[in-house]
Design a protein. Sequence first.
Lengths: 503, 503
Amino acid sequence: MQRAHRQQSRRTLGWSAGTGTAPLRRPGAVGRGSGAGGESGHPLSRGRENTALFDYESGVKAAFDTIVPTLKQVSALQHESDFELRAQRLAQAELGFDLPEAILSDAWIAQLDMPQLFAWCVFETYRRYCDQFYAQDPLVAGDADEFEGFLQACGFHTLDISPCADGRLAHLVRYVLRLPHRSVRRKSYAGAMFDVDDSIQKWVETEMLRFREGRPNTADAPTRYLKLVAYHHSSVDPEHAGCAAHGSDTRRAAAAGLERLQAFQQAIENSFCCGASIDLLLIGIDTDTDAIRVHVPDARGSIDLDRYVDAQALFDATCRMTATQAASLLGETVRGCSPDVASGMATLIERLLEHNLSQIDYVRGCYGQQYPDGDHAERFIGAGVGFEEVQLRNLMYFAYLDTVEEAAQDLDVGVKIFSALNVSRGLPIPVVVRFDYHGRVPGARERAVTHCQRVAKALFGRYAELAGRGLLHVMQVVRDCNANASIEVLECSVNATPAAGAH
Amino acid sequence: MQRAHRQQSRRTLGWSAGTGTAPLRRPGAVGRGSGAGGESGHPLSRGRENTALFDYESGVKAAFDTIVPTLKQVSALQHESDFELRAQRLAQAELGFDLPEAILSDAWIAQLDMPQLFAWCVFETYRRYCDQFYAQDPLVAGDADEFEGFLQACGFHTLDISPCADGRLAHLVRYVLRLPHRSVRRKSYAGAMFDVDDSIQKWVETEMLRFREGRPNTADAPTRYLKLVAYHHSSVDPEHAGCAAHGSDTRRAAAAGLERLQAFQQAIENSFCCGASIDLLLIGIDTDTDAIRVHVPDARGSIDLDRYVDAQALFDATCRMTATQAASLLGETVRGCSPDVASGMATLIERLLEHNLSQIDYVRGCYGQQYPDGDHAERFIGAGVGFEEVQLRNLMYFAYLDTVEEAAQDLDVGVKIFSALNVSRGLPIPVVVRFDYHGRVPGARERAVTHCQRVAKALFGRYAELAGRGLLHVMQVVRDCNANASIEVLECSVNATPAAGAH
């Protein structure tokens, strides 16, 4: 039953290339450096990886984007005599799953509750997307095992990344930087304004594990904790499509990120003795092209807002070189930017930039000079702790949180974005509340369940007006991150809960 | 200015014995084992300490309890022509401070805003009480330095105590158990239902500091983290005056405490390798007599709800013995209760029981067979992180919290208690929102200030109806726990903020 369902998922979510709904073209490059696609192609670009990433991205997004056109057709059928039968046939053909009978069967009373049906379909598609992710591991990185050793050789035992909660940065780890997503920590905050106390807690835990269990290396290894902040800007519409939390002001976004990094560093230095410190890295992302800029630190670790390497310029300067020439210029550029940069830091930055060249190539090859959806186009909001599977651009607005009370600002930004995207046309805001837990700890699941309930209640309290109009729907899910399992759906504010208890 | 103010505080708060408002009698015993006071006196009771503790307790409580009778007199004066002058004279004489002119000067318009004036006086008295506590350290324990070594000799490097948030347990550490308050961790929760994740975090930090900084001892020392839960019951009115969070059911309170302890232990054992574990201890407190019962663990650390030593019975059995005989019987009773108890655990329990005999003697000597205020009589609610100065019974209902969202249940219990105590007679609920911070960490004060504001706002949101009627007032305070400073008052919902900015 479960297996049959998964196979069906695979087909209808379109993971294999060439589904009818896959948008645009595939990246031109197929092998490393083949550069077969006109403007597309770069000697350091990984064409095969680009193809696989594009197939995955377009398949997932098609699954979400088929919902509205399908429901439009369903709506047109609702007063036909064999409505339910025809609606289910259509849903199976287009979406790959049945619609909830509870909602369809009430259509004769007044009319089909389209907002509810829409929310239900988004949640069901999300659930199927999670099932597929955890069953098939579609984004597994070939170099995941190598990465940890590489990072330590560069002088770092942990890479802790805080991007902006903006959905246009949700693919930062696996796409923009091409890093193995399980090998780095990612916690997203509006404006990348990460919580210093949360990071201190992570640092403390990391140090404890190094001392006590030798994970990921022993405490005597001369490596440090690296905190990376990723702010963002828009090259196409810098004054409107930049970071909302910083008023679309690129310099302000960068300065705020740097300030928060320094606060974290000072907190570690002043709270613990014996030379405790961390290393810092600041990068900016152009959300129209995915090109990054890296603020290369100097020998003392100092970061200058005006001193950075721009991957876009590097791409243009190296795209007609051989791979060797390009790699060489890349290294020179990093060291030219900050001549006394620590060697390990320079090596890490070179790798990030080289990886990013593949992503610039990917965007050019698949979408042209820039993304067509330059502004927000997230499909749902994710709130809580978890969401490892969300590694795709503009899929989810991510508010990492323990409580609505502390993350009110982040959530308000998300609700504002979705008020424009959905509420303005009468569609509800779908919110997935999620808390992952360690199943090997007795009681942890119960605490995660309670946590979900508390946050869902607080969301309905904070956005009572929207909820009262049926324009806010919440699905509560938990996941055991010790088992290699998919999510478990707990409950849902839509009348019919997507596959609750199916796992 | 500051010094003069403090001296005045000292006088009018009545720290020295014999103020006109000091209630009841002093403990009969003055020297160790002197047992001069009739029923009072026990060979192991520390009479001098009892006297000092009573002077302090009665002085602080008198300062709070003078507020209502003084305001009644002020109320009677409010339509006199020289009202403001006479009110200030009265306040200075009785309370030791001036009333806020802003409130007095509006009395002619309709009438004196008594609820506001009451809240202001409670907050001002609290502020002066804190000033005195941090300036003079009235509860300093003579054996504080020795205690850490003793604890480690018993096999424990940390003593982490979670009592119930009930104000009748607020004196648990310094009075009931006679421990140095700075040497133990105390986090209070309704029903003693402590947050497992918060405790795990503290365990992680403790391990890290042992490994990294050798604090409080090095990680190779064979000591463990000891978590103690204190539930409570009432011998006088067991079915009504027990723990509200557990429906005044003693067995349920004890069972829930044990269950939470075991959940914490299992979480540590299952989350970390290399034999990581903790030790557990469960005690119960009779809030009428302060007598404890200690559930002595067996050799494997197992705790039985029915197997405990009752300090009350021990007191009665030993009160006519010599100190040597009494100490000997105490040791026999502990080992008789659980013959294979670990030697260090037995030694610690013996000390806790011996200390508690002083407290039983204290209550008998000062108040008779039981406390006259057997039920709730807290003067205010404290919400947040800090409150080191609150070591007195029935002074404050303590909700240890980061957010109102997570601690809603604890706060609801507190608000229910104060609805009976204050709101029922038209007096507001005074809430002190407090976050202590480490001043040596840049930005920490600003984060504590933001934290206060967020929690205060959430309180007004959750209890909007009470606040709208002027029956909920909040004073926000922070404290730098790196400096040996008093609290800093930020703002207050009463029109006039008590001494804001004076520090």
